[in-house]
Design a protein around this ligand. Structure first.
Ligand code: S3P
Length: 171
């Protein structure tokens, strides 16, 4: 039996640096729902940072852990969920998102995203690479997948508060 929309988790998807975590936290406060950040949940479960998981265990171990964390979160009570940028690549996660969440693709122009991610060096997929080039390659591979989301919200250049408003309006 499908879960009605008003009882579904709201999952933010999209590339790293679009503001999923910050906007998710604010959206949760606005809607009075609990918030979870996929990356933080993975770090707590592994007792390691995302960067260390990539460096010491490799990306495929990270992806396996990410899928387990996403399953636990998506099978639990309704919440606002900021997903890691690669979470939707996993077929099981994608299926769970479809069945149990309303998915919101937060999209911004890649120049804006590149500027944001340069401020912090916590993204293993960008390490040692030109951010705009790396993000362009990720966008090419992933936009077809993100486009399966229920709604797309353009957050280009805007403040986080505007992104929250845009998501609330789109829901
Ligand atoms: C990744 C995005 C990161 C994190 C990991 C891999 C990706 O999350 O899960 O570095 O594959 O796009 P954010 O989107 O929260 O930065």
């Amino acid at each position: 039996e499908p879960i009605p929309v008003h009882r579904r988790t709201i999952a933010l998807v999209g590339l790293m640096g679009v503001g999923k975590s910050t906007v998710g936290r604010r959206l949760a406060r606005r809607l009075n729902l609990p918030f979870a950040d996929g990356d933080i949940e993975i770090e707590e479960a592994a007792a390691m940072t995302v960067s260390d998981i990539f460096a010491e265990l490799g990306e495929s171990e990270f992806r396996a852990g990410e899928a387990r964390v996403m399953r636990r979160l998506l099978e639990g009570p309704r919440l606002i969920l900021a997903t890691g940028g690669g979470a939707m690549l996993n077929a099981e996660t994608r299926g769970l998102l479809k069945a149990r969440a309303v998915t919101v693709w937060m999209r911004a122009d890649l120049e804006t995203v590149a500027q944001r991610v340069q401020r912090r060096d916590t993204r293993p997929l960008l390490r040692g690479r030109d951010p705009l080039e790396a993000l362009t390659a990720l966008a090419e591979a992933r936009y077809p997948i993100y486009s399966e989301a229920d709604v797309m919200v353009d957050v280009a250049g805007g403040a986080h508060a505007q992104a929250v408003d845009a998501i609330v309006a789109a829901l």
